[in-house]
Every structure is written in C-alpha cells, then in structure tokens.
Design a protein. Structure first.
Length: 285
C-alpha cells in the first residue's frame, strides 16, 4: 500500500470514526426524503394526511403505487392507480421503508467517481434483495412483523452507503479497492449506528441491524437480527465489500457452519419467487 493510500484511509477513519450524532455530512439532495421520513414517523399522522405527503413527492408516489400493485401486496390482481388507495393498501411502515429507499438511492446517485459507482450499485442491488427476502421469510417462517423486517432489511447497509458518499473526499482510496473495502468494513458498524440514530430510527431496528452479522442458529428464526442474517446469507447478490475483504468469511459459509437449515429456507424462496421479485422491482424502480 502506498503512503498516499494509507494516509487517505487513515483520514477517512479519523473523519468517520470519531463522528457523533449531528456531525455527519449528508448531501443536500437528501433533505426532501428526510422531511418525508420525519413526517411519517409522527404517530398521530393519519392515512389521509400521509397520502397528501406522498402525493407531494413524485418519486415516492410512484414507488408506493408500484408496491401496492406488487404480487406480495396485491394477490387478487386488483390494480390500484391512485396514491390514496395505494397508501391504504401499503400502510404506514412500508411507506417509511420506501422513503428510506429514496435516501439510499440518493446516496448512491451522489457518487462522483466511477470507482465508487460500481460498488454502490452492487451494494444497492444486494440491499434490495435482502429487504425483499427478509419480508417474505418473515411472513412464511416467523411471527415477526414483516413490515418492520423489510424496513430493517432496507436500512441494514445504510452506513456503508454513507461511507461511499464520503470517499470522494479521499480520492486516493479509489486506487486500491481492497484497501477501500477493508476501510469501509472496519468503519461500517460505527457509521451504521450513527447514521440510523441520526435519522432517529427505533432502537429495535438499530440493535437488530448491528447484530445482523451474527446468527444464533435458531430455526425458525426468532429475532429480527437472525432473519437479516439469513436473508444476507441466501441473497443471490453477494456482498461486494466482503468479496474484496479477505478477512471476512462469506455469510453463506458462516450460516452453514452455524446450522442454518438451508433446505427449508430454499423451499420457501422457491415457492415465493414471484412475491420476492415483485418487491425487488417495486423497491428498485
């Protein structure tokens, strides 16, 4: 590793590793989505008021309508074409997730260097698949709140998206993707905790996300963190950072060692392919 790359990595570690809530720098393009998220977090917000908020944000409106018409939420194939009815069908918690999807997508689009763009796009695809798998597995295997589980799946890698958005300030890191991946992996836990708390997400979500790299071995999964781990382990989209970081054991290998009943999970996924695909399309589009 050259001295320049080493110094860039240490500078990023210093900038993020010592950051506290309120000290993070977000692109200004995220302001609208953060306002939506804050409004939706209001426990007194009714569905009519929520519909008005959604209508005011065209990208969010399109995603809500798309999700309302997905196979997972619309098994009778009764098409919804207006935002008000879409909001009623989708519900409050999934709309919070869609607002968060917009924040993640804006972080992804903020990449100013092509070296980050590929990693960011691959991480985006993985996050969407983990969210969709988490939702379906929660419904089919557990009594957990599937909407909460999907939300946790959406935000579980938000810290690494944030870190990628900061790499433009340390361009020497782009000269060595292995050092970049190792640095981001080392900072991911702290960055995720700070970003999720900055966005004032529930402690249950933050705790589950931070614990999702571990698996208790319990089947069916009894905790949100276990479900996130399983979804990550079986996702068809590999983790682009872990692939570059030789220190990391692939989640699929860890899952097998820890006793994950992969045949049961595989059967659920095979029987739910249309549902999973429809959620992926709704989140990605």
């Amino acid at each position: 590793m050259s001295q320049t790359i080493h110094e860039a990595a240490e500078s990023l570690r210093q900038a993020v590793g010592t950051a506290n809530i309120g000290e993070l720098s977000f692109p200004t393009s995220l302001d609208a989505s953060r306002r939506v998220l804050k409004a939706v977090e209001n426990p007194d917000l009714g569905m009519a008021a929520l519909a008005k908020i959604v209508v005011a944000e065209p990208l969010l409106s399109a995603k809500v309508i798309r999700l309302a018409n997905s196979v997972a939420l619309n098994p009778t194939n009764q098409t919804v074409r207006d935002v008000r009815h879409a909001v009623m069908r989708v519900g409050m918690d999934p709309i919070k997730g869609l607002a968060m999807v917009l924040i993640m997508d804006q972080l992804r689009q903020s990449q100013r260097h092509s070296g980050c763009r590929d990693l960011s796009n691959r991480l985006w695809e993985r996050s969407v698949h983990v969210a969709a798998l988490s939702y379906v597995l929660a419904r089919k295997l557990t009594k957990l709140n599937a909407d909460e589980v999907m939300f946790a799946g959406i935000v579980h890698d938000l810290g690494r998206f944030y870190l990628l958005s900061r790499v433009a300030d340390f361009p020497a890191l782009l000269e060595d993707t292995v050092v970049l991946a190792e640095t981001i992996n080392d900072l991911a836990g702290h960055a995720t905790e700070i970003v999720l708390n900055e966005l004032k997400l529930p402690a249950s979500i933050v705790d589950a996300v931070l614990a999702s790299k571990q698996f208790s071995g319990s089947m069916p999964p009894a905790s949100l963190s276990d479900l996130l781990f399983i979804a990550g382990a079986v996702s068809p989209r590999p983790d682009p950072f872990d692939e570059l970081d030789a220190r990391v054991t692939p989640m699929a290998d860890s899952a097998a060692t820890l006793g994950l009943d992969q045949s049961t999970v595989a059967e659920v996924i095979a029987a739910s392919g249309d549902e999973i695909y429809s959620i992926v399309i709704a989140l990605e589009s």
